[in-house]
Ligand binder design. Sequence first.
Ligand code: GAL
Length: 441
Amino acid sequence: MAQAVYNFPRGFLWGSATSSHQVEGGNTNNWTAWEEVPGHIIDRSKSGVACDWWGGRWREDLDRAAEGGQNAHRLSVEWSRIQPAPDRWSEVALDRYLEIFRGLKERGLQPMVTLHHFTNPLWLEERGGWENPVAIQAFEKFTQKVVETFKDYVTTWCTINEPNVYAVEGYVEGVFPPGKHDIQTALRVLANLVRGHSAAYHIIHNLQPEAQVGTAINYRSILPAAGWSPLDRMVANMQSSIYNRVFSGALVDGVMRTPLGNTRLPEARGTQDFIGLNYYTRDYISFDLRYASALFGHRYFRKDAELSKTKYIANEPEGFYEAIRWANSFNLPIIITENGVEDSDDAMRPSYLAQHIHQVWRAINFNFPITGYYHWSLMDNFEWERGWTQRFGLWEVDPETQARRKRPSAAFYGEICQENGLSADMVARYAPKVFARLFPN
Ligand code: GAL
């Protein structure tokens, strides 16, 4: 057997990612309101107590992360908790987060904090959420409070998680609140998110010059089903640039380019210090007149691709490499802010993990400046409109009893983090299916 190790650079950040609404429990925000309406969450579940982090279980779960050799953690702070009304800050919530940040430090977990991870306070949602430009100043004010309060503990900030997903799911697909189907509104929301991000970027740097500020973009690899077909290539390019590029492109030169026209947003120019990359899967696309509402693109997974439990994710590690190459085109440090797969049986996760981490190694060896990898997720948690039907955790959580169970992938990831590398021996033990591919003779 080959005895090779894919080693990572010294100081590489190994972590996992979570978000407030998905793990804390006991929230009151636009999502909890959305969850009340039958039909919104596919298994009719609610976030409820989630993983009970607000009840104190963050301690035991972060112990699990630290014991598993992780040295970093990405989490979000819940706007609706910290600012329950436009003119009120909750000292209780701020203190609780301070306790969590101290807890991270004690455990040797370097924090990365997301300011907006899909949820809005109800008082903002009632005024139209991000459709209304009042969201921009409100977010700026919230950011100021958060950074002033936590700046002794946090220097890496992710302003907005997956603005592209937020706009598409909430305003085109209609499966996130507010459940609209209107491309123009989606683009207006995206422009306001660019403005909100820019305002946050500047205020963070005013308060904390050494801060590292970015976003987390969900990059979806979209390939033409038939490479020779100009029509397939056209829809692939169009969808890929709309989905992957509209928001991030604006942060480069201050112009948001969309099929419906360009918007100048000069305040956004140069407002990222790193590229946060979330990658899960790759689609193939063909031109098809029956899919007018999807801009004539019919998207599907490769026929022989290995699919996750609920067929939500195809295991496409090469798509990850493409995503990293795309991220590298910004000439900034890259952080893998999310990557993972839903798999309650842990049947596919070990090989997914091995193959995707191998791609990170490959990219680093081509001198792509990747500084960290955050697995989604540490624990099973509330998966938005998919409720509890999908399990992304290294650790299994029973939301009824709050019992935790360690999946083999948690042990595998633990060894990777501790070794700061992926070894042939680990792959032979945890992901033998892909051994020959990763360590060919
Ligand atoms: C991302 C999102 C996470 C998590 C993950 C898995 O789009 O940022 O919150 O839900 O997908 O579905």
